[in-house]
Unconditional design. Structure first.
Ligand SMILES: [Zn+2]
Length: 122
């Protein structure tokens, strides 16, 4: 159970690091930044493809245990933002900010889920 939450945290954390480091690497090392930037969408698809089943499963199972909808709703919002970002549905320029905020929200949802589960009487 918490193992899934941890995996979800690692996935969203990987994207946070990637999205935060990416603009910096473009400034510091333009050639490396270019390589990373070209592949950023691919990496985001992979991360999103892993985050949807892992985070979805962890948050739904958490909800079934603690019956608190907030973690589930926050997690869904985060995944939707990540999806909007990577699909370029709104604008390609918004990929990084949308993915970054989506991943941060997904991470927050897992932290909420972990806290709610630990508060539950055993
Ligand atoms: Zn990223």
């Amino acid at each position: 159970m918490t193992q899934l939450d941890r995996t979800g945290l690692i996935l969203s954390g990987a994207c946070l690091v990637h999205c935060a480091v990416l603009p910096l690497s473009v400034l510091v090392l333009p050639s490396l930044g270019g390589v990373l930037f070209d592949h950023s969408s691919l990496l985001h698809w992979v991360l999103l493809g892993l985050a949807i089943p892992v985070s979805g499963y962890a948050l739904v199972r958490g909800y079934r245990e603690h019956r608190e909808r907030s973690g589930l709703l926050v997690g869904m919002l985060g995944l939707i933002l990540m999806g909007l970002g990577v699909s370029h549905l709104l604008a390609e320029d918004l990929e990084i900010p949308l993915t970054l905020s989506g991943a941060a929200i997904v991470a927050a949802a897992h932290l909420m889920n972990i806290r709610l589960l630990s508060k539950r009487p055993h």
